[in-house]
Every structure is written in structure tokens, then in C-alpha cells.
Design a protein around this ligand. Structure first.
Ligand code: AGP
Length: 607
């Protein structure tokens, strides 16, 4: 997904743009470019490939100026190339535009503009926006942009600079993909994601859908979808710029795996009274009446966040005794779900910008559900459309593969299940909280086996197929372990309910098809052991994750990964850690681009 940065102030603009784009590189891209306005002229430099290519190209140019735009492109319309890279100019050379999203009606607009004499040099939908704005441009860039927005269909976040407006200004608009304004001292920033401005300011504001913003060195002016001037609240990010750097780790993903113990701690800090055995949130509340009125919960999410929803189902049903359904966002919105009164829809999203999840949340809300977001990014779209928000305090997650977002989502879901229990008049037993208090330590303890997991990954890194098995609350962890491996190492892996193996996958078992079996807890431990025996009886290879002494599994496992014992409901948080590390080290051995795996984006803001 594309990255947008803009700057206006006193600094030399190009270094600011490049550093912002480097912070957004994790979003995935295939070309990049910058534009500055100098002496009434637009000066743009673009390059296909990684940012290093753009930086190299810029060395031969003397791009100077104090305001401009930068962009990393993740191709949707038009192949990756310098020709299709942004910034894109209108055919009269009066404005430059950068864009994230998809213009759904770009073809009829392009045909009309061609008939009006506008020319096109790229295959992008973005160039249609540039020519469309220019076709309305009489001198006021904001007014021209407002007129163009009325004709655009689809999802977009874009920004433009122009030679016509006569003064230093950036005009930006959003409908779908996020845009954040960084509020510095007499300098202002525009970006797709707060990570790109953290090095300069922690004070930001988020544009709402259909907001139009004019940014000058006096600050932002914002108009809403009705063209009325509007203020958006500034928030102060608690993220530290260092957090958004690698902190000495080889990859963001490894840094974020190591951060999980602290992130889990940060997610329940201040929300649990271990004396009174109570749970509460500073930014979300349900009265006992509201909690009692909830008859059903529908969890809506994608990818790893959907896996956390599957775990949350166990937590909420066991602790609050409310039935829970879990749906992929992309599936929910295309069936006619039964919702109505008494349904609480929970949108789980690290980014808060996943288009499929947002659309599903909207569909649930349209059918009468109350909306709760479990999200990691303050001010993101999911948090703004919801009736309540429970933030995971994971800090910025830069690696495309979700790790600390996942374990803090599980922590937040556990807290929410306890809160529902409490508000529906059931006591929270102290052991339900003491096991939570011990979770950060249990997670930190597993990190001590990092070297063993790296060595194990070396032994298995050449194999192409893996099966991950789990039962009950560990089935979602089998799915998550498989997703981690496939998305960063490109080897095939699938998660399966252990009980289902004999209904098909057992046909695949041989010595080159390792089976990762999650054998923890008490309820289904013996059943999973039987599955492991079935694998061994067919010359299969078993890698077991267990909270039992290794010798107990010596006969039925080739490898044993020991994890600390937690409670049945929190054991998934513990069990996923070694699977994250295993996937990471396999990917490193296979030379994959761990933080920016091919074809993937950190947040899928398009459908
Ligand atoms: C998981 O490692 C992937 N990054 C992906 O499946 C991700 O979980 C999914 O796209 C949902 O993203 P969200 O949590 O930001 O909504």
C-alpha cells in the first residue's frame, strides 16, 4: 500500500521527505518519488524500485525547497515503473499529485478528460485525479480539489502542490486510507502513518473521511464533506521515535517479538485492580445494564487479527457466557448477517484501516450492532467509527508480519472478557488475574530459547511444506503459526484442527512434511499426543510445543519446544511466541525480506 509524506516549514524539504518515506517503507512499495516547488516551478524526481534508487538519483539533482511531497507506490493500476511512479503531474504541468487508494470511476473520467483535450502519459488512476483537479483550477487549489472530490468514486488519500496557487501550500484529502497531520513548531507534516512524523513531532491530528485540508506554514485548515470549516483534535502520541527504529535488531519483526513481554504489560497496565479483582478501561465503559443487554458478540477481522478473534471467542464464551461468532471481514460483508438488537460487533485491527474489516463493521452497525474496536493506532478509522475503543498498547508495529499486535490483541480480549464477566454480575476470581500478571514473565522466559529455535529453524529451513496442528483454543495458534511461516518465508504451511488430520491431511505425511503440534494444557493434551503418534507411525516428523517435561514426549516427537505453563485461556499467548521465532529464523535462513515480504502490505486499505 502506498506511502504519503509532505512537509512545509523552514527545513530543506527533500531530506525530510526521504526520512519520512523510509519510515513508511514497511508498507510495501515498488517505486518512489518526490516533488518540490521552487521559483514557481514543479521539480520532481522519481525512481522504480527501492528508496535507495531514488536517493541515488537525487544525488545528481539539486532539488531544493522548503515544501513538497514524497510517495512510495504499491502498484494497483499500471505496472511498477518510473513512468507510473508518483508524484504524477497534470498535462498542463500546473500541479503534482501523490495518491494512495483506488479511484473506481477513473476510466469514464479519463475518457471525458481526453475528450476535453487532457493528455495522459501513465496507466495510473492517479493521473486522472491530477488532470481532474487541474481542469477545475482557476487559482484556488483547495476549491479545485473540492470540486474534483465531488466527481471521484472509490477510496483515496491524496495530496497536491501547484505552481498556480502563488503561495506555499499543500492541499490534501482523504476518503478511506488514513492521513495524519504532524504539528511541529512553525512546520507541518503530512503522512499516511504517524511513524513518518515521529522523528519531528509527537503532536498529530487525523483527518476524517471526506476532509479536505490546506496546509501552509501557518498550519492546517480543514473543511468537512459539507465544505464547512472544522477542527480535528490534536493527539499526543506516546510512541518514542526510537521505538520506531530497529533498536539494534536485524529486523523490525525480531525487535517486535522481543517487545511482546513489555507490550502485554503495557496493555493491561492501569486496567486491572489486583487488590479488588476488578477490571476497567479509561477510554471505554459499559454499564451493567448495557453489558447485560448484550446477547451475542460478532468478531470481525482479517488475517492475524481474525486468529485473535478465534481465541477471543473462547475467552468471552468461557468468562462472560455470551455466544461469539467470528467472521472474516471480507466474508461478513457479502452475506446477509443476522444482527439486530443485543449484538456487539467487535472489529479487531492493528492498523484500524483494513478496508474489509471497516466495511464489515459498517455492515454490522447498519444492521443494529453496537461497535467496539480493538485497535493499536489512535485516531485510525476503526476507532472513529466505533461506539467504544480498547487500545492495544503495542506501540508502532513496523514489520508486516503481525506479532506484538497479535499478543496484545489477545491480552485486550482477555481483559474485555473479564470486564464483561464483571459487568454482568459475575465475580472475577483472583487466579484469573494472577495468571495475567504472570504473563509478561512467561513470555520473556521463552525468549531465552531463541538460540535453540534459530538452530531448529536451520535444520528445517530447506523444507517446503509444513502442517501446524492444534486443538480447541490452540487451533487458532496453529493457524497463526502457519500464517507467520508462509507470509515471511514463502514456504507452504497450513494450520489444521488436530482432530481433522485423519480426515485428509494425514495423506500428506512423510519425512519431508514436518508437523508442528501444539500439545499444551490438560483438556486435549492426550488427544494431541495421539495425533502425534499417528504422524510418527507414518514416518512423519513431529515438532511439539508443550508445557510438559520434554521426556514425556520423547517417543512421539522429534523436536520438543518447551513453554511455561499458563492458564488454558492465556496459554495461546505463550504458545505463539516460539512459532513466531521459528518462522522468523526460517525466513532469515531463506534470505527472505522479513520486514517487507513480497506482495504484502502492512495494512490492506483497499479491497
Ligand atoms: C499478519 O501477519 C498480516 N500482517 C495480516 O494478516 C494482518 O493481520 C491483516 O492484514 C489484518 O491487519 P489489521 O490487523 O491491521 O486489520
Amino acid at each position: 500500500m502506498c506511502g504519503i509524506v509532505g512537509y512545509i516549514g523552514q527545513r530543506e524539504v527533500v531530506p525530510v521527505l526521504i526520512s519520512g518515506l523510509e519510515s513508511l517503507a514497511y508498507r510495501g512499495y515498488d517505486s518512489a518519488g518526490v516533488v518540490v516547488v521552487r521559483d514557481g516551478e514543479l521539480e520532481a524526481v522519481k525512481a522504480e524500485g527501492k528508496l535507495e534508487r531514488l536517493v541515488e538519483t537525487l544525488k545528481g539533482e539539486s532539488l531544493v525547497g522548503t515544501y513538497g511531497l514524497g510517495h512510495t507506490r504499491w502498484a494497483t493500476h499500471g505496472e511498477p515503473s518510473e513512468r507510473n511512479a508518483h508524484p504524477v503531474m497534470d498535462s498542463k504541468g500546473r500541479l503534482a499529485l501523490i495518491h494512495n487508494g483506488i479511484i473506481e470511476n477513473f476510466l469514464p473520467l479519463k475518457k471525458r478528460l481526453i475528450d476535453e483535450g487532457w493528455e495522459f502519459t501513465s496507466d495510473t488512476d492517479t493521473e486522472v485525479v491530477a488532470n481532474l483537479i487541474s481542469s477545475h483550477l482557476k487559482g484556488d487549489l483547495r476549491a479545485a480539489t473540492q470540486q474534483a472530490m465531488a466527481e471521484l468514486e472509490g477510496m483515496y488519500a491524496f495530496a497536491a502542490v501547484s505552481t498556480v496557487s502563488g503561495q506555499a501550500e499543500i492541499v490534501a484529502a482523504r476518503k478511506g486510507p488514513p492521513l495524519v497531520i504532524g504539528l511541529g513548531d512553525d512546520e507541518f507534516f503530512l503522512a499516511s502513518d504517524p511513524a513518518a512524523v515521529l522523528a519531528y513531532t509527537k503532536r498529530v491530528l487525523f483527518l476524517e473521511n471526506m476532509d479536505l485540508c490546506r496546509l501552509t506554514d501557518a498550519g492546517p485548515e480543514i473543511w468537512d464533506e459539507n465544505g464547512e470549516p472544522v477542527e480535528r483534535p490534536a493527539v499526543r502520541l506516546t510512541w518514542d521515535p526510537i521505538q520506531a527504529e530497529k533498536g539494534g535488531f536485524k529486523h523490525f519483526m525480531l525487535k517486535e517479538i522481543h517487545e511482546q513481554s513489555q507490550a502485554i504489560q503495557d496493555t493491561f497496565a492501569g486496567r486491572v485492580d489486583f487488590e479488588l479483582n476488578t477490571v476497567g478501561f479509561d477510554d471505554f465503559a459499559l454499564t451493567p445494564e448495557e453489558a447485560t443487554q448484550i446477547q451475542r458478540v460478532q468478531i470481525l477481522a482479517c488475517g492475524t487479527s481474525w486468529h485473535s478473534g478465534l481465541v477471543g471467542k473462547f475467552m468471552i464464551e468461557e468468562l462472560a457466557r455470551i455466544p461469539v461468532e467470528v467472521d472474516y471481514g471480507s466474508e461478513y460483508r457479502y452475506r446477509d448477517p443476522v444482527v439486530g438488537e443485543g449484538v456487539l460487533a467487535i472489529g479487531i485491527s492493528q492498523s484500524g484501516e483494513t478496508a474489509d474489516t471497516l466495511s464489515a463493521m459498517e455492515a454490522a452497525s447498519d444492521r443494529g450492532a453496537k461497535l467496539l474496536a480493538i485497535c493499536n493506532v489512535p485516531g485510525s478509522q476503526a476507532t472513529r467509527v466505533s461506539d467504544g475503543v480498547i487500545y492495544t498498547h503495542a506501540g508502532p508495529e513496523i514489520g508486516v508480519a503481525s506479532t506484538k499486535a497479535f499478543t496484545t490483541q489477545l491480552t485486550a480480549l482477555y481483559l474485555f472478557a473479564l470486564y464483561l464477566r464483571q459487568q454482568r454480575g459475575m465475580a472475577i476470581e483472583s487466579e484469573l488475574l494472577s495468571v495475567l500478571a504472570g504473563l509478561p514473565h512467561a513470555v520473556a522466559e521463552i525468549m531465552e530459547s531463541e538460540a535453540e529455535l534459530e538452530e531448529m529453524a536451520r535444520r528445517y529451513s530447506r523444507l517446503e511444506d509444513f502442517l501446524y496442528l492444534g486443538r480447541g483454543i490452540n487451533y487458532p495458534i496453529a493457524l497463526e503459526g502457519a500464517l507467520k511461516l508462509k507470509e515471511i518465508s514463502y514456504s507452504h504451511a497450513e494450520g489444521y484442527p488436530a482432530g481433522e488430520m485423519k480426515h485428509g491431511p494425514i495423506a500428506l505425511i512423510d519425512e519431508d512434511f514436518p508437523v508442528v503440534a501444539i500439545a499444551t494444557g490438560s483438556r486435549v493434551f492426550d488427544k494431541v499426543c495421539s495425533n502425534m503418534q499417528e504422524v510418527k507411525a507414518r514416518d512423519g516428523v513431529v515438532i511439539a510445543v508443550t508445557d510438559r517435561p520434554a521426556e514425556e514426549l520423547a517417543e512421539i516427537a522429534d523436536e520438543v519446544i518447551q513453554v511455561p505453563r499458563s492458564s488454558d485461556l492465556l496459554q495461546p499467548v505463550v504458545n505463539v511466541i516460539p512459532l513466531q521465532l521459528f518462522a522468523y529464523f526460517v525466513a532469515v535462513r531463506r534470505g527472505a525480506d522479513v520486514d517487507q515480504p513480497r506482495n504484502l502490505a502492512k495494512s490492506v486499505t483497499v479491497e
